[in-house]
Design a protein around this ligand. Structure first.
Ligand SMILES: Cc1cc2nc3c(=O)[nH]c(=O)nc-3n(C[C@H](O)[C@H](O)[C@H](O)COP(=O)(O)O)c2cc1C
Length: 369
């Protein structure tokens, strides 16, 4: 008689609660807090209130801060922080110290708003700059005059483009000086970097537009400058292919553009790409085939984001669609989101009226349960 022994095949599925090495950081779990503008930086300088808010959320594998301008010209929204002046570095030092004391890790998102701006929100000398002199659709909130139409921006000269790239590099160095763990370049959602990628706002016919390499050039030069400044293991980028925010459009070369970018970002040694799917906020989803092709062609880490709950996040990580999953809105009213997801506790909803208001209410006053 022949005895047949059956060996059970144990497939180890990657869990959202398993650790992940991101550059030089060991993340204790694969949950990222998405960048979220909260408009609490009075005078564009981070403060104790923000330090409290981020430190309350330090159990995330990685925190990515709200969009933060590398330049006085990129402060298009009311009360968003900057990261270029000594005062701002000191403000961010409060945040990084508080987050590290609470055991967390934090990247700052560098967001230059470009044409999505209003002069009322800019500091003295701030200018509205963009690839082309084409106004963003819709309006911008200002503290002094409420909603105002987006003005027509100044089309950037090559010298102004080079200056903006230098500002990103300077800001990346300041991030490290402030004790932050790295930077995420905001290349999504219709702000300056995406304004160059996208044929809605970018109507240039020079070397920064028109062709795929031309459209991708600003993003690549910003990434190269930031990576040269602080190292590829501390620089990621957020992208929103097929996004429709702030006048971004899809064209026949959109998918090829993003695949070109993914290949170039691999060559540069970027730490991660963070791909936004804003279907949960009314934008079209990037096609699944593009998401899979981006995942295959970029060799660094891949962060999924947009409309995730626990089940979908676990399924997508287990299926290898991404290494990490970013949660945005669920972190607002649930500072200890990681624990809540682990135990299946009910989640609180944020108060939409208090998303962008100054002060602690609806911001740092949520129960820490
Ligand atoms: C209040 C608020 C502010 C946001 N600010 C930013 C931002 O500064 N930078 C950014 O890349 N995305 C920003 N987003 C988009 C989020 O990062 C995220 O992609 C979006 O909320 C979808 O993810 P969710 O379904 O997990 O919330 C913001 C979203 C919200 C709700």
């Amino acid at each position: 008689m022949v005895s047949v022994t059956r060996t059970a095949t144990v497939t180890r599925m990657t869990s959202l609660f398993s650790s992940f090495q991101l550059g030089r950081l060991q993340l204790p779990n694969r949950i990222v807090m998405s960048p979220m503008t909260r408009s609490r930086a009075i005078g564009n300088v981070p403060n104790d209130l923000m330090a409290t808010y981020y430190s309350q959320r330090a159990s995330a594998g990685l925190l990515v801060t709200e969009g933060t301008s590398p330049s006085p010209h990129g402060l298009g929204y009311a009360r968003i922080p900057g990261l270029y002046s000594p005062e701002q570095v000191a403000g961010w030092r409060l945040v990084s110290d508080a987050v590290h004391a609470a055991g967390g890790r934090i990247f700052v998102q560098l967001m230059h708003t470009g044409r999505v701006a209003h002069p009322h929100n800019l500091p003295p000398g701030g200018r509205i700059l963009a690839p082309s002199a084409v106004a963003a659709p819709g309006t911008m909130y200002t503290d002094v005059a409420g909603l105002q139409p987006h003005p027509v921006p100044d089309a950037m000269t090559e010298a102004e483009i080079r200056a903006a790239i230098d500002e990103f590099a300077h800001s990346a160095r300041q991030a490290i000086a402030a004790g932050l763990d790295g930077v995420e370049i905001h290349g999504a959602n219709g702000y300056l970097v995406e304004q160059f990628l996208n044929t809605g706002p970018n109507q240039r016919t020079d070397g920064y537009g028109k062709t795929i390499p031309g459209r991708a050039r600003f993003a690549i030069e910003v990434m190269r400058a930031a990576i040269d400044a602080i190292g590829g293991d501390r620089v990621g980028i957020r992208l929103s292919p097929h996004g429709a925010l702030q006048g971004s459009v899809v064209d026949a070369e959109t998918d090829a553009l993003y695949l070109h970018l993914a290949t170039e970002l691999t060559t540069l040694g970027a730490a991660y790409i963070h791909v936004v799917d804003h279907a949960s906020m009314g934008s079209p989803s990037p096609p699944d085939a593009l998401k899979a092709a981006l995942r295959a062609s970029f060799k660094g880490a891949y962060i999924l984001s947009g409309g995730y709950d626990l089940a979908r996040a676990q399924a997508d990580v287990a299926a290898g669609k991404g290494d990490l999953v970013a949660f945005g809105r669920p972190f607002i009213a649930n500072p200890r989101l990681v624990d809540k997801l682990k135990t299946g506790a009910a989640l609180r909803d944020p108060d939409p009226k208090l998303l962008f208001t100054p002060g602690a209410q609806g911001y740092s006053d949520w129960p820490l349960d």
